[in-house]
Design a protein around this ligand. Sequence first.
Ligand code: BGC
Length: 472
Amino acid sequence: MAVSSAASGRTSPPAIVYVAAAVAALGALLFGYDTGVISGAILFVRQDAQLTGGIAMSPGLEEVVVSAVLLGAVIGAAVGGALSDRLGRRWTLILAGATFIGGALGCMLAPSVSVLIAFRVLVGVAIGGASLMVPMYISELAPAHIRGMLVSINQVALIGGILVAYVADYALSGTGNWRAMFGLAVIPAALLMAGMVFMPESPRWLMAHGRADEARRVLARMRGGGDVGAEIDDIRHSLSQQGGGLREVVAPAVRPALIIGVVLAVLQQVTGINTVLYYAPTIVEDAGLSSAGASLLATIGVGVANLLATIVALTLIDRLGRRPLLLTSLAGMALSLGMLGVVLGHPGLIGAGGGAAVVAMMLYVMAFAIGLGPVFWLLIAEIYPLKVRGTAMSIATLANWGANLIVALTFLTLIDLLGRPETFWLYGALSVCAVVFVYLRVPETKGRSLEEIEAAWRTGTHAAAAAKPPVP
Ligand code: BGC
């Protein structure tokens, strides 16, 4: 039986689809908040004599406090997929909410630096898990024709979370209340946990667990009561074509998708996004605007540019498709990184109002946001067969967090070894490699149901789609 286009019916979906996406996206908001909050909190953590036992924190120890979250995220990414395959998408998101709450309370009340580090690792576990569970849950509920937009709410919420964290840090900096900075995360975490209790389970997960009647009920609700028989049949047929288990993840039909997920995961990080986000205040300082206010403005400015460009991506992703956005994004990143390197290599240019460096940085962040940022998380939620989706997404997400950690650990060494312009040129060169990879390998998934995407891997028809020039 051929997979029909049942899921791509273009009627506008009922409000519950948006509500479920928004509630799940609280997990992404927490991902952003908890990664962003540390930049402000660390300034006061290091000065808290009660916490540090009156001993000055070494830069090494500070580094551990800051990167504990990344370590936890690697763990969360590794276990998150298997857990959501076993317990269901809904229950794992509830569990992630509980873990965020435990982590936030632990950090807020930490009596010592080591307890703080332990709870930051726990927060990281929740972040790593949420980073894959949120796109997975939304993609399995979404009608095909708006799936790109709905899943990309994940990336919007993530950046929104980073911005909220900067604002909270700024608002609390007067009193230096770092405990409240960490503690505020309890609010969205409680909303995530409570909200998910009332949200439906993913119909695709229900089908994979033999609960067809419930799946039909959920799907009917998600499609506004229309006939969902054909979509249910597609899912059932798709499931009948798949084996489960680890071996299936590396089976010939899944291997190309696995490679795409892992390579894109690594490319998303080794093209430098988090170093530029982290580096923004320094670039602005070098530009001669050294006040704390200017630094903050730069950080918030870059965050807002990131957010606005992601919102633009969200409106284009189901119309233009994933490939054109990715290719444009990567080309823009390569060019702006080249420009950033040139400007950083010519201090005279920076001195001239600092404009060029700031412009290059903004262009880079916007180029990332229009494609590689949201599309990576979207694609890994689309390209894997249902039975191995959790495991395969875990592997790709693990690669993303692992690469994130490696870039964080090597950035300063690279600057020492190669120099500043050369480091950004290296990221630029990797963006060029990414253009080639996307052009040759990444398929277009726009408008297709998850089952159609799956069937195309089995029949080898994705390859043709990927080799064709992108639709302008
Ligand atoms: C990336 C993160 C990054 C964020 C910034 C996400 O897609 O995975 O590493 O910090 O975008 O916007």
